[in-house]
Design a protein around this ligand. Structure first.
Ligand SMILES: Nc1ncnc2c1ncn2[C@@H]1O[C@H](COP(=O)(O)OP(=O)(O)OP(=O)(O)O)[C@@H](O)[C@H]1O
Ligand SMILES: [Mg+2]
Length: 264
């Protein structure tokens, strides 16, 4: 089997839809027949609960993968959803940030873990809202970055900073890294500001924007409370349809082809 495509969902701004994009795109890709591993690399552990992981019972997490060289079979959990696997995280991951500082090749711990993960078509990494060592590790391990962002004025300033970090990681640690695309999240086309910011984005990042913008929809925000991705929470909803379409765009941009044997 060929190597999986690794994509980091990153934006140092908080609450822009990184986790929501990560969980739902991973699950939609899995439903389409790809074997998908979701790595929760945020101490908040939101994407773990988003796929139904009860965090109180966890023994091994992303922390062990990064700090203790844990093997995939020790940390990967099967979810209740077909073809979807997860390396969960808890607040203990916050400690990794400090422990990594004194380690050799501290930026490449995630990469080393992923190199041991076999049998996946796609690996998605949910990053924390910072440009910390956890995000640097995800960017060093990734083939592509997806940037979820809201159409707000400050989002543009944040984007410039993020692009700078991606460029530095590419130069220093990961020459193969590229920006796969930008997802507009929580979009409201009736707000003048949203359309104005979208206009600016199109000016500078036309080739990077995905055509499918994700509207602000109640179904999307309530799904994590049930521990279910949107395509299971409400399969025939507008929200699910949007994420399926966006996932098709992402898969096409990566050039992923499902291996028939993966269908569960
Ligand atoms: N399209 C949407 N419609 C409605 N609510 C949404 C949508 N996308 C995300 N949300 C909600 O917005 C909030 C922030 O989203 P999310 O947790 O995905 O962002 P994040 O970037 O991962 O945040 P953090 O930086 O804290 O990790 C959540 O409550 C989520 O349910
Ligand atoms: Mg998050």
């Amino acid at each position: 089997m060929s190597k999986p495509y690794v994509v980091a969902f990153a934006n140092q701004k908080g609450g822009v839809g990184k986790t929501t994009s990560c969980v739902n795109i991973a699950s939609c890709a899995a439903e389409k027949g790809f074997r998908v591993l979701l790595i929760d690399s945020d101490p908040q552990g939101n994407s773990s609960s988003g796929v139904g992981v009860a965090k109180r019972q966890l023994e091994m997490t992303t922390y062990d993968a990064l700090i203790d060289d844990a093997k995939p079979e020790e940390v990967v959990m099967k979810t209740a959803f077909s073809n979807l696997y997860v390396v969960p995280s808890t607040i203990t991951l916050a400690g990794a940030e400090f422990e990594l500082v004194d380690m050799k090749r501290r930026e490449a711990k995630m990469k080393a873990f992923i190199e041991k993960c076999e049998g996946y078509d796609l690996i998605v990494i949910d990053c924390p809202p910072s440009l910390s060592m956890l995000t640097i590790n995800a960017l060093t391990a990734a083939d592509g970055v997806i940037i979820p962002m809201q159409c707000e004025y400050y989002a543009l300033e944040g984007l410039t900073q993020l692009m700078g970090t991606i460029k530095r990681v590419k130069e220093m640690y990961n020459p193969g890294l590229s920006v796969l695309g930008i997802i507009i999240t929580m979009f409201n086309g009736r707000l003048n500001l949203s359309t104005a910011v979208l206009g600016e984005l199109k000016k500078y990042y036309k080739d990077k924007l995905f055509n499918t913008a994700v509207p602000r929809l109640v179904r999307i925000s309530e799904a994590p409370g049930f521990g279910e991705p949107i395509n299971y929470h409400d399969k025939y909803s507008k929200a699910s349809e949007v994420y399926m379409k966006l996932t098709d765009e992402i898969i096409a941009r990566i050039g992923l082809k499902p291996e028939k044997s993966n269908k569960e």
